[in-house]
Design a protein around this ligand. Structure first.
Ligand code: CUA
Length: 357
């Protein structure tokens, strides 16, 4: 009984110590968390509210974490078992209604407040703006294709170009498995789900080139499923779109007309480099003649050197048949036998054989 009364008298001392330790540790934790540079440079108007939301979450979470760990560590140390106490048991406790109400109500209030704030931020950054540009984003194993509206048609590109300060509405789709369209510099990401259109909005506000990342494990080539977003001046964007348009038209005329608005060029070099449908070999492969320097797949100047047309054809149609040393099967799409028209395939094979002789 004596020990229990002593413990009761000591309680305020322990609480005071816990509070002091907790305040100091929380302050240190918050300063440290705010000093850490968590995010890459921000390049869209969506980024600032998200970064502020993150800071607020950190400021609120650190004291909660510190409170719990301080109480646990302090208790473990202060009331540890000492020699000779092996058979002792503590006083029976039946609960404390006041404490239980407090530790239920406080987290509930905190959660509702933070969720409301996060909801408000999400609502704000997803508001539809005037003069919004539409871009359709299609993910497949293991590449992104971006479709721009151009009159009644669509122009396809494997590079994402966006004009500065123009709101963009991305409609996100997948041809096969789950992918996730993520532009860290914009602070927005959303899953690409087969059969469903998802969407996300961003208004780029900083000139530069930033990574586009697939943020959903989607197969062997997941880590290589990257592209770039180029935020450029509006004039530069328009001239780029013009080039894409003339490339598509040239492709349509030489290829005898593409189906479904997609390019059907049979000019092999164009097929290899333009980053347009259905292939974009240069985004993954180095080829001196085409001026490409992709490193996801093997250097074609080396691995195709002196190879036969049959070997090259097989390598495009069944990429897993022969795998270059140091590379992994399953990275290169195995769909080109279907997606390339026979004339395109033949042109590519001929071109590759000639330039790697
Ligand atoms: Cu697509 Cu990961």
């Amino acid at each position: 009984m004596n020990g229990e009364r002593q413990a009761e008298r000591d309680a305020p001392v322990h609480v005071a110590r816990l509070v002091i330790i907790g305040i100091i540790a929380s302050a240190l934790g918050i300063v440290l968390a705010l000093l850490i540079n968590w995010f890459p440079v921000s390049a869209a108007t969506q980024a600032k509210p998200i970064d502020t939301l993150w800071d607020v979450l950190v400021i609120v979470s650190v004291p909660v974490f510190v409170l719990v760990t301080t109480v646990v560590l302090y208790s473990v140390y202060r009331w540890r078992m000492r020699p000779g106490e092996e058979l002792l048991d503590g006083p029976p406790i039946h609960g404390n209604t006041r404490l239980e109400i407090v530790w239920t109500a406080l987290p509930a209030i905190l959660l509702v407040a933070l969720c409301s704030y996060a909801y408000a931020v999400l609502h704000d950054i997803e508001v539809a703006k005037a003069d919004t540009m539409e871009v359709r984003v299609v993910g497949e194993q293991f590449a992104w294709t971006f479709y721009y509206r151009d009159g009644g048609k669509e122009l396809a590109s494997h590079q994402l170009y966006l004009p500065l300060n123009r709101p963009v509405h991305f409609t996100i789709q997948s041809k096969d498995v789950l992918h996730d369209f993520w532009v860290p510099a914009f602070r927005v990401k959303k899953d690409a789900v087969r059969g469903i259109d998802t969407d996300v909005r961003a208004t780029p506000n900083r000139i530069g080139t930033y990574p586009v990342v697939c943020a959903e494990l989607c197969g062997l080539g997941h880590a290589a499923m990257r592209a770039s977003v180029h935020v450029v001046q509006p004039q530069q964007f328009n001239s780029w779109l013009g080039k894409l348009r003339s490339g598509a038209q040239a492709g349509a005329s030489t290829g005898g007309g593409g189906g479904g608005g997609e390019q059907a060029s049979t000019d092999a070099k164009t097929l290899f480099t333009t980053a347009a449908q259905p292939v974009a070999c240069g985004s993954c492969h180095t080829l001196a003649d085409a001026g490409t320097n992709g490193t996801t797949g093997p250097d074609l100047d080396q691995v195709l050197k002196g190879k036969s047309a049959a070997f090259i054809k097989q390598s495009i149609e069944q990429p897993n048949a022969v795998i270059a040393k140091g590379y992994t099967p399953g990275i290169m799409p195995q769909t080109y036998a279907q997606s390339l028209k026979p004339a395109q395939l033949a042109a590519l094979v001929k071109y590759l054989q000639e330039v790697t002789k």
